[in-house]
Design a protein around this ligand. Sequence first.
Ligand code: PMP
Length: 410
Amino acid sequence: MSISRLARAIAESPTFALNEEARILRERGEPVINMSIGEPKNKTPISAILSSAAKLSSGDVKYTPPDGIPSLKKAIIRYTEENYDRVVAPENIIISSGAKQSLFNILYSIINPQDEVIILAPYWVSYPEMVKMVYGVPVIVTPEDGTFHPRMADIERAVSSYTRAIIVNSPNNPSGAVFNRDFIAEIVDFCESKKIYLIMDDIYHKLVFDGYMWEPAYKFTNRDIENTMIISVNGVAKLYGMTGFRIGWAIANRKLVEVMRNVQAQTTSCASIVLQAAAEGALNGLQSVVENLRLGFQNNRNVIVQELRAFNGVKLNSPQGTFYALPDFRAYIPSNLAKDSVELSRLILKKAMVVTVPGKEFGMEGHLRLSFAGSVKDITEGIERIKWVLDPLSPNEIYIGDRKLIRDWL
Ligand code: PMP
């Protein structure tokens, strides 16, 4: 079978692979705790259900314009005004099947072969793969050891004449870090002056804790939407817990949106009208849905921080947003337990049936990403089980329900 060089070079999505592994184990009746999940557990907001159900029962389910339906664009314009303090035109918006597709379309539309895109570690697993998928070159910038905050000087050093874009994701998946306003102001300034696109992945922007205020990148430029290098990406997946509805959008200058519109028209045609109606319902419905999710995650964050701080040898930067923590497990690597985070994650899954994501996948070896989007019970029990696997002082046997687990690897 002949497979293209490009397709062969694209890695499997590790998070989807791990979720599948967890599903198979659970189906076998194993008491799995999934701490790899990247989605809230809430039910779909009622306004989204009603709006998509109305569309469905109208029986009028057809193609939409490639860049999305006017009524959802209207809701996004209002959302952008409220949250970004920017008034944008419908021509500045393109709606896609998830923020993932928005990001891909952006990269497809701005990258020539061999162009470079700067990605800040720890990064969302899909960024480097997407850059490769458009024949670009991902250039990874790593923060100083022990922090998850990129330094402007390191970014400037990584920039070359081939640099076309920088991707910034704050609040950050996988670290939970929220970058400070000075950094955002500096990077906006830098990109505007160098004519480098600044792709802001704002998908978690309302999931911030402790009264911290997220600020949009637009705040730090005087340029209007047609002249700024900022491209904003957002969607309903994380804030409304609507991951399955697959609706995201990008906001950019009209020219770029027009190009992305052509790209989308020739690939998926448009996002499904039923799902666009659902997103419209969510954006126009009660916004307490988002605040309730945020409060729940903040509470879960407090629980996971407390558990991990009591874990000997594990270092943690407390997440300021999202629903992920990225503790440093290097005290347990390399050792007789594992040689890297992939092996460590495997050991934890095999011995204690807790699913974690290896930090290696996010450019942060020695760490494990733990999602705290689950229940408090799952978080506390999950960490207890990980502790049991790794701590040499743990008892040799424990029971999970009526299952006896034996520590036979030390
Ligand atoms: N960006 C980041 C940082 C994410 O974590 C995710 C989802 N895991 C996405 C984008 C994609 O969102 P969507 O489900 O809307 O495609």
